[in-house]
Ligand binder design. Structure first.
Ligand SMILES: [Zn+2]
Length: 208
């Protein structure tokens, strides 16, 4: 049923195998019940954009600082130039609790139903936490621009501190490509390939 819903409503769902995903939706979602009802987005619920706590803020800010530092290097900044993105530094305009939130607690509705219930960022993130590190939800479903939501792995990657910070920085650069260059994973040959392009230019020794 999920597949049918996706096809029916032109949902292109790009799975970011290890570090996130992006949703592109071109049409209004319609309820499967009759008579059909046009769903108006955003479907917010009680807490669509949960703020990052002080500890989480620290991790995000630290990673963002490193990401900005990395993109000051010309090779890193121009990593995706041949894909039409002239500067990674220019699109790295992420700001915690403004356009980055805690996806694990978000009640924001996604454009499909599971057993008649609307999928939320929270329910989707929790059940896919093994591979889903972060995801960008597009404007049409947030009502406030493309928003980056972070999942558990981002905060607790089970890596040593240095590697964890580096991974977070790469994740933020990767997601900013979706969020502010509006390019999906497929455009780069898949999620892992996009990550690899960024790592090769920005942190060639990092293993993710
Ligand atoms: Zn991606």
């Amino acid at each position: 049923m999920l597949l049918v819903v996706k096809i029916l409503f032109s949902i292109f769902f790009y799975l970011l195998l290890v570090s996130g995903f992006i949703l592109n939706v071109n049409a209004q979602d319609l309820s499967l019940h009759k008579p059909q009802t046009v769903i108006k987005y955003p479907v917010n619920g009680s807490s669509p954009f949960p703020l990052l706590t002080t500890e989480q803020l620290g991790k995000v800010t630290e990673a963002l600082t490193l990401a900005k530092e990395l993109t000051k290097d010309c090779d890193c900044d121009k990593a995706l130039q041949s894909y039409g993105i002239n500067s990674l530094a220019e699109i790295l305009i992420l700001e915690p609790n403004v356009n980055i939130f805690d996806g694990r607690k978000s009640t924001l509705g996604l454009p499909w139903l599971i057993n008649g219930e609307r999928e939320t960022v929270n329910s989707y993130f929790v059940k896919n936490q093994d591979w889903l590190w972060a995801g960008v939800i597009q404007s049409a479903f947030t009502g406030k621009g493309n928003i980056l939501f972070l999942n558990s792995y981002f905060f607790n990657p089970n890596k040593n501190v240095t590697v964890a910070i580096q991974q977070r920085a790469i994740i933020l650069i990767h997601e900013s490509v979706h969020q502010y260059a509006n390019k999906n994973d497929k455009y780069f040959g898949g999620s892992q390939r996009l990550t690899k392009l960024i790592i090769n230019a920005c942190l060639p020794n990092l293993k993710m």
